[in-house]
Design a binder for this molecule. Sequence first.
Ligand code: NAD
Ligand code: MG
Length: 504
Amino acid sequence: MSAQQTTLETTSLKRDYYHLIINGEKVESSNNNVFETVNPATGQIIARVAKASQEDAERAVTAAREAFDHGKWRKYPINRRAQTMNKIASIMRSRFNEIVELEILDTGKSLHAAQGQVTQAIEDFEFYAGAIVGHRGSVNNVPGQFHNYTEKEAVGVCAQIIPWNYPLMMAAWKIAPAIAVGCSVVVKPASLTPLTAIILGEICLEAGVPAGVVNIIPGSGSEVGNYLVEHPKVDKVAFTGSTPIGKDIMGKASQTLKRVTLELGGKSPNLVFEDADVDAAVDGSLFGIFYNTGQSCEARSRLYVHEDIYDEFVEKFVEKTKKLQLGDPFDKSTHVGSIIDQGQLDVIDGYVKSAIEDGADILTGGKPAQIEGFEGGFWYEPTVIANVNHDMTVVKEEIFGPVVVIMKFKDEKEAIRLANDTEFGLGSAVWSKDGARATRVANLIQAGIVMVNCPFSAFPGTPFGGYKQSGFGRELCIETLDLYTETKSILSYYGSRPLNPFGL
Ligand code: NAD
Ligand code: MG
């Protein structure tokens, strides 16, 4: 095992090889295993990455445990931790273009998407730098000569397992609130997209986060991820990914009663009423499904349109879908980037084929896309499917790609029934110029997020998370800090006479 200096200042972020980060050092994996990460826009290998083993996971947990149990980070005054969080944000800002470039290379996402997500990752650190200063316990009413107050204490060592669709943003959503309260973290990025999480780990060190507080160990989910979930010295697991893996994690974490938060899949409904601004609804719905190439847990993938405006809406929606530009992710005019890999491309195509077999109509798209100059990459045409019903797989299951199904409804009651007819409950959207109706519908939708006449699902500060099988716990908000802390109740007696409750 070799350790390297962690100074970022003079180092390019784009390299041939990336190390693990364990205990404040850039290290090789214990068995010298490496894996390759690919640019999915071209299919070309961009770098080799040290592949963490279970032994490395053990080293990372030991380092995180030591940092938490005996280190100084948790004991720093809150303002000092806040300053360091702001320093992380400012280093990220100073390397903004390089981070964006790396994120695009590793994911194939479009420039405007990557820029927005890197910005949000930075703002997460700034948000929690501020939020932590105001995060505190309470003073509670107790009888006379007693006094009760609560303290918020960091929960401990957190395993944070993240997916490939927003590699840096998910890393920031996880790391920022956890370290803000004084936790130590072991982050396992998705193997398809490890690079920017590793860079974020290096930036944390550069900013002065002590060794062992932030450890980054890319590796296999079933080996390294699972090892962390089962580890008795890990206090909490925060997971973002698919619903089946989330269920598996919750079961395993129960063995040591770890705290668990889960951000899982979705099949979010998008309701367009007859009194909506149709053009705004078309534009917002287009963004709602095709942003990030549809590889979003809160993608509005079920589009319901009132029968009175259905024909007009669908015509405009399909016309604009056809105008979406696929191509060079670095080109400013590109709207939709590549799919993450061949496996995901096959999954998407399988869903579309199942829809055709079930008798649905493909209004546009429906097959892998051929992009000049990017023949080796993984691309799929933005796809609109109509003539569907709730028995069809394409309507029930999460596709995680640029595919939307459109259905008609006749009244508010039916719209709500259809919206809630799903095992998921993450995002949802309502388009109506009638504020009373929008509020009524928003109140009846079973989902953690409702977007009213709004294409965006979240900003730093707004709670993000699901109902039902979309998981539980909220990220990106003040409440998240509670999920990385335990509440300790301190009850004191200040009476002038000693108490003798047994009366002996
Ligand atoms: P995934 O569940 O396959 O993997 C997510 C992460 O878990 C990866 O790092 C993976 O290596 C790891 N993992 C896999 N098996 C594991 C195991 N047995 N134990 C521990 N860790 C394991 O999901 P994915 O394909 O990377 O991401 C796509 C999914 O994530 C979609 O279903 C999407 O809806 C969901 N997602 C949800 C949110 C949200 O906030 N709710 C955000 C993004 C993505
Ligand atoms: Mg990659």
